[in-house]
Design a protein around this ligand. Structure first.
Ligand code: APR
Length: 233
């Protein structure tokens, strides 16, 4: 039974690296991007998640991130996030590398987290890079330092990933004896290259496994919270 075999792998590994995507937070009420109910089914990402969108149509850019920030206020990490944090406390997890910008892994208690696509919870000026307050962003105030446009510290399409986080994650992948890839379509480069960088055993846990079933040692088609609860002992 696959879940039994995976539970043994999780229990016996003390060098597990976890890579998560938006599917990790849908059971907290946060939409993902490419599922039927995902953001990109209603909005063209080029109109809100690029630097062109920010500079050429700030109102739409601002509305998109304001809605997502306000969504977060009403949401919280679920049992699955807490189980991953528990595994770290028990010395089993080297790193959680996430594409998510919601901060839910840290809120659930994970401390070794790399946010490869940044965070929606902090704000900076797009022109002078000066840090700014969330209130000023939500009130659509310009940068108090240079008058530039404020934006969340998320990585927009076309921007580089945080280099320190990327290198730390690559090192962890190389050292991992087990890599769990959870709740991501693996559509976005370069994060989708990470699972191939490990010599360890690889596992894919996702609702839709159709695109990647052959690429992993174990593939589990299911809802993340339920699967992680089955793995928890
Ligand atoms: N349980 C298991 N899998 C789930 C669940 C769930 N509860 N909810 C969603 N999923 C799966 C979906 O089937 C989908 O394959 O999670 C995956 C989420 O994929 P995407 O929506 O593409 O999200 P992600 O892979 O994180 O996107 C990567 O794209 O738009 C950019 O910057 C954005 O970080 C994001 C990046």
């Amino acid at each position: 039974m696959t879940i039994e075999r995976l539970r043994e792998w999780v229990q016996s590994s003390n060098n597990t690296v976890i890579l998560t995507g938006a599917g990790m937070s849908t059971e907290s009420g946060i939409p993902d991007f490419r599922s039927a109910s995902g953001w990109w089914n209603n909005i063209d990402p080029r109109t809100v998640a690029t630097t062109d969108a920010l500079t050429q149509n700030y109102s739409l850019f601002y509305e998109f991130y304001k809605i997502r920030i306000e969504n977060l206020e009403k949401a919280a990490p679920h049992e699955g996030h807490k189980i991953l944090a528990d595994w770290e406390k028990r010395g089993k997890v080297l790193l959680v590398a996430t594409q998510n910008v919601d901060g839910f892994h840290q809120l659930a208690g994970s401390q070794k987290v790399e946010e490869l696509h940044g965070s929606i919870r902090s704000i900076r000026c797009h022109r002078c890079q000066q840090a700014a307050s969330m209130d000023n962003f939500l009130n659509k105030v310009s940068c108090s330092h240079c008058g530039g446009k404020l934006r969340p510290n998320v990585v927009l399409f076309g921007e580089g990933l945080p280099q320190a986080s990327w290198h730390k994650t690559m090192e962890a992948m190389k050292a991992a004896e087990l890599v769990l890839v959870i709740g991501t379509s693996l559509e976005v480069y370069p994060v989708n290259q990470l699972p191939m960088m490990t010599r360890g055993k690889t596992v894919y846990i996702n609702l839709d496994i159709s695109q990647h079933a052959t690429q992993f040692d174990i593939t589990i088609e299911g809802k993340i919270k339920e699967v992680l609860q089955q793995l928890q002992v």
